[in-house]
Design a protein around this ligand. Structure first.
Ligand SMILES: *Cc1c(COP(=O)(O)O)cnc(C)c1O
Length: 354
């Protein structure tokens, strides 16, 4: 630490992303898609577009906003785009909860929520999950605080029902409810249609998981236009060109290619169900994940040891050294054949120890 860092930030504990590697490994640690993005993405990244990079990107992101609005059947003034959905979450938590505002979230959830709360001076309440890792919707009814919930939740993979989400949103009319739907494409139970009905709901999505574009860094939020206006006000006060021109073009092309992504998403869901069952047959406890990862624990080997053994075999999974989940692994659902390599490796590791 230098002598120059503001006292405000000295105690900050940053978010720790999953490892990125260059060597050839089976990478099941950061919930990326095993598939390349839609071929439409390559088509739009033309030389013509590259030659125009001397110009700033469109600060209003009209092309991308229109493409997203069309996909979700809302008007463009209901869409806010960010440099990853992390960017959208950051603007929302800063703007609606920052400098002494109140926010609550599940105790076991996306690791960035407490980090944002910390950096923006938000008073955060972390609400414990049920013993089976599900979220108790009752804990959020009439909470009278802003709320952020990942649905499906990470790293548990469990989803709240549409009805529970509506009860949470409708019972907190004077607070913002952020539903982080980073994994909703794998769950098919979005609350997106509720944004038209409730002025206090912001739904965030990302191109990183379902749309094979984690490296592009594009995410978005959908809400009624007053919320979007506020987010834009913050954005134009901080980083007006938050998405670059290439990302705008690529994401706009991707979001329109439903045929391509529906197929890839259903393959991932099918692989998830298959591997979850295989792991259960090996004696693992797995949550009923509705996302593109599996959350699994075994009594036969500790999660930390299993992660280390898999690593020796060039398979990366995510281990969280955190109370209540430190005997679980979060395993991204990768390509079908890689997942069979994983199952074989786990079988072998367990046999070696038997
Ligand atoms: C991955 C993830 C995000 C952020 O994704 P971006 O790559 O920033 O769009 C947000 N929320 C949850 C729960 C995630 O797992």
């Amino acid at each position: 630490m230098s002598r120059f860092l503001s006292d405000n930030y000295k105690s900050l504990v940053p978010y720790v992303p999953g490892e990125q590697v260059n060597v050839k490994v089976i990478k099941l640690n950061t919930n990326e898609s095993p598939f390349p993005p839609s071929p439409k993405v390559k088509e739009v990244l033309s030389e013509e577009v590259i030659d125009k990079l001397n110009l700033y990107s469109d600060p209003e992101l009209k092309e991308l906003t229109a493409a997203i609005a069309k996909q979700f059947d809302v008007t463009p003034d209901m869409v806010f785009c960010g440099n990853g959905s992390d960017d959208v979450l950051a603007f929302a938590i800063m703007g609606f909860c920052g400098r002494g505002g109140k926010l609550c979230c599940p105790e076991i959830s996306y690791g960035f929520y407490p980090v944002y709360a910390d950096i923006f001076g938000v008073e955060l309440e972390q609400i414990p999950l049920n013993d089976d890792f599900s979220i108790n919707a009752e804990d959020y009814i009439g909470k009278n605080k802003n709320i952020v919930i990942a649905n499906p939740n990470a790293p548990t993979g469990l989803a709240l029902s549409f009805d529970d989400v509506e009860r949470i949103v409708s019972s907190n009319p004077d607070n913002l409810v952020i539903m982080d739907e980073a994994y909703m494409a794998f769950c098919y139970d979005s609350c997106m249609e509720l944004v038209k009905k409730y002025p206090n709901l912001l739904v965030t999505r990302t191109f990183s998981k379902s749309h094979s574009l984690a490296g592009l860094r594009v995410g978005f939020g959908i809400a009624q236009k007053e919320i979007i206006e506020d987010l834009n006000k913050l954005k134009f006060s901080f980083n007006p060109y938050n998405i670059n021109t290439l990302s705008v073009k690529a994401a706009a092309a991707a979001i329109a290619d439903n045929e391509y992504y529906d197929d890839k998403i259903s393959q991932i869901v099918a692989t998830r169900e298959k591997v979850q069952n295989q792991l259960r047959e090996l004696g693992f406890r797995c949550t009923d994940s509705k996302s593109n990862f599996i959350f699994a624990s075994s009594d036969r080997i500790s999660a930390a040891e299993l992660a280390a053994e898999l690593r020796k075999r060039n398979i990366l999974v995510r281990y969280f050294n955190k109370a209540k989940i430190d005997n679980y692994l979060r395993i991204t659902v990768g390509a079908a054949d890689d997942m069979q390599t994983l199952v074989s490796a786990i079988t072998e590791i367990l046999e070696e120890r038997a």
